[in-house]
Design a protein around this ligand. Structure first.
Ligand code: CP
Length: 304
């Protein structure tokens, strides 16, 4: 396996499937009384989150601890970053401690790629701007496979703020590589300029959701919006909110996903988010096993 996990773009189908199979073994470990393995004992991981995170940050930390690594959680607001120290100098400082892995989330697209050229240890992308969120896509693929058995041939509807979503981008790359049929459902203002030709687009959610096997609702990313992309949140929910009535138009066994955090009442109703078709908390649970697999396989050591 490669040294760095920069994006799904750099992975082929075989590498993705290898990560999912390895994650499955780690999921078995996580169901034991003793959930820790010595696989990466002696390795050091630095978690550098320049953007807020709940799920990705905590599940990486748990994954690292379950693999017996030493974990350094770098706190940006109390660091010399606030005195103006550059990202590269910050990372070089961490490297001087002998960090084997840098897990990084940054608001600028391409930061992990740039760092990987300077850093000896493994760089793991935990979300870069609107570019990619590879571990989210991997845990989503793992969850779909777990719930549906097979990804190839499934009809997967991705709904909402696609243009600002690194989750949508990584998921599109990953699920196309695994043979799924993808549909985008969004207002024109929230669709990206470039859409791969094999993806069908719908402006009408009731049409787009028909017979979908998997429905992936996306967060409206207000923090990335510098102008009005839709008239009001009320209007958005009316036109694009995932409600029980709309869910009924999908396949009766359809699963509902959301990467979190959710805006309840904007892109998804609580009735759907908390329904028995929702696998949103399973996605969170699977994040640990998948991130264990990523740390185990990447890093340029002898694991993969
Ligand atoms: N899905 C996701 O990236 O969530 P967090 O921002 O809470 O990490």
């Amino acid at each position: 396996m490669k040294k760095d996990l920069l994006g799904i773009k750099q992975l082929n189908e075989e590498e993705i499937l290898n990560i999912l199979t390895t994650a499955s073994s780690f999921k078995d470990v996580l169901q034991r009384d003793i959930k820790k393995v010595p696989a990466l004992r002696g390795k050091t991981v630095v978690n550098l989150f320049f953007e807020p995170s709940t799920r990705t940050r905590t599940s990486f930390e748990l994954a690292e601890k379950r693999l017996s690594t030493d974990v350094l959680n770098f706190s940006i607001p109390t660091s010399s970053v606030v005195k103006g120290e550059s990202l590269l100098d910050t990372v070089k400082t961490m490297q001087s401690y002998g960090a084997d892995y840098i897990v990084i989330r940054h608001q600028c697209s391409g930061v992990p790629h740039r760092l990987s050229r300077f850093v000896k240890g493994s760089v793991i992308n935990a979300g870069d701007g609107i570019n990619e969120h590879p571990t989210q896509a991997l845990l989503d693929a793992f969850t779909i496979k777990e719930k549906k058995g097979e990804i190839k041939g499934l009809n997967i509807a991705i709904i909402g703020d696609i243009v600002h979503s690194r989750v949508a981008r990584s998921n599109t790359l990953c699920l196309l590589k695994l043979g799924a049929n993808i549909r985008y459902i969004a207002p024109a203002t929230l669709l990206p300029n470039y859409i791969p030709q094999e993806i069908k687009t719908f402006y009408n959610i009731d049409e787009g959701i028909k017979d979908a096997d998997v429905i992936m609702a996306l967060r409206v990313q207000k923090e990335r919006m510098d102008k009005a992309f839709f008239p009001s949140e009320r209007e958005y929910f009316k036109l694009y909110g995932l409600t029980p009535d709309r869910l009924q138009k999908a396949d009766s066994q359809a699963i509902v996903m959301h990467p979190g955090p959710m805006n309840r009442g904007i892109e998804i109703s609580s009735d759907v988010a908390d329904s028995n078709q929702s696998v949103i908390l399973d996605q969170v649970t699977n994040g640990i096993a998948v991130r264990m697999a990523v740390l185990y396989l990447f890093g340029g050591n002898d694991n993969g």
